[in-house]
Design a protein around this ligand. Structure first.
Ligand code: ATP
Length: 361
């Protein structure tokens, strides 16, 4: 009997060394059945290595990978109920689209009639059924990736691993394929483990996100948890934009920056003993008006420049410690113009100051 609560993929205390280089350090991850789970982090943080260990193409130096509760360390890739979609599609160029998608079922000697109906079903799911007789080189990048998805899903794996599948596509196609992927995942109800270095993509697609840097897992949580409550300075800076101000806690909710900024926070911090902590304040949380009495924290800064992004503007300031402060200009702040070097007070609420520990930023 399938236990819905059981992790479909679990990494327990996994380390991976290449020679003397430790690419993955003591990684613990638990991926739930049916979720869209993303692993995000900068180049070289260990995303692909993690995926390869789940697929069985690579092995942990220490620790173990479990698939549906069973240690998979000695199970070869082809016996794992896991498929992978790669960035470069990996379609067979000499076969038609039909034969590409049918290939996994032919290997398993599935009857021809069943193959035909399942190929058509899979190709319909990705809206590619009119293209069965084409050769892969007659398809666009987005179409190739749809075919690769159909091929990966046709054998109904428990887990689909996707290694930066959209990174070769241009911006608009990428957005369209993001929608395709999200709908497809809900429709087929297969666990997706999705790798990306694009934090926006991870936020918009995922049920949960793991953020990694230098082989170390920094945080796992829902997109909202990761964005609203980052736990480390790296997560705060990597997922969305953040103003990170360095200082120390002078009490559970009283922060003092190195440059003397005093700020109250809502959450009591257990980082009082730490020599360095940060508060993270998102650019959209800053105000230049103090009319609203909830905005009790004042940050004095000088204006540097304004950048226009179409839908909004970003103002850059510099606070006394030299840190650049970004503010997304809000409608109710009007379009106030500042001159370079002008002193400005910025305000934020205690609940908008998240205390994060210094870690790898
Ligand atoms: P990217 O986003 O650039 O693909 P990544 O997060 O997927 O990066 P990995 O490919 O997992 O990173 O690599 C993690 C680290 O391990 C990197 O420093 C990489 O150079 C190293 N590494 C990966 N494979 C090997 C290998 N076979 N031999 C030696 N070092 C390796």
């Amino acid at each position: 009997m399938i236990n819905q609560e059981q992790a479909v993929v679990e990494l327990r205390q996994v380390s991976k060394r290449f020679g003397n280089y430790e690419a993955i350090k003591d990684l613990n991850l638990s991926i739930r059945r049916g979720e869209f789970f993303s692993i995000v982090g900068p180049s070289g943080c260990g995303k692909t290595t993690t995926l390869k260990m789940i697929a069985g193409f690579d092995h942990a130096t220490e620790g173990a990978v479990y698939l549906s509760g069973t240690s998979a360390n000695h199970i070869p890739p082809y016996k794992r109920n896991v498929n992978t979609v790669f960035q470069n599609y990996a379609l067979f160029p000499h076969m038609t689209v039909y034969d590409n998608v049918a290939y996994p079922l032919k290997l398993r000697k599935v009857p021809k009639n069943e193959i035909r109906s399942r190929v058509i079903e899979s190709m319909k799911m990705v809206s590619m059924d009119p293209f069965l007789d084409r050769s892969p080189n007659q398809l666009s990048g987005g179409q190739k990736q749809r075919v690769a998805l159909a091929r990966a899903l046709i054998s109904k794996p428990e887990v689909l691993l996707l290694d930066e599948p959209l990174s070769a596509l241009d911006f608009h196609l990428r957005q369209e394929m993001q929608r395709v992927l999200k709908h497809l995942q809900r429709e087929v109800d297969i666990t997706f483990v999705y790798i990306t270095h694009d934090q926006g993509e991870a936020l918009s697609l995922s049920d949960r996100i793991a953020v990694m840097k230098n082989g170390v897992l920094h945080q796992v949580g829902s997109p909202e948890e990761i964005y609203e409550m980052p736990q480390t300075s790296f997560v705060a800076g990597f997922i969305g934009k953040s103003n990170l101000i360095k200082g120390r806690m002078e009490g559970p909710t009283h922060f003092v920056s190195d440059a003397g900024l005093q700020a109250m926070t809502n959450e009591a911090s257990d980082l009082s003993g730490e020599p360095h902590v940060y508060i993270s304040v998102r650019p959209e949380k800053l105000r230049i008006s103090k009319d609203d009495e909830r905005y009790i924290n004042r940050l004095s800064a000088v204006f540097v420049e304004e950048t226009y992004y179409g839908a909004d503007r970003e103002l850059t300031f510099r606070e006394a410690g030299g840190t650049h402060i970004l503010m997304k200009q809000q409608k109710d702040d009007g379009n106030v113009k500042f001159s370079e070097g002008e002193s400005v007070d910025l305000f934020f609420r205690p609940e908008d100051a998240v205390i994060v520990k210094e870690w790898g930023s």
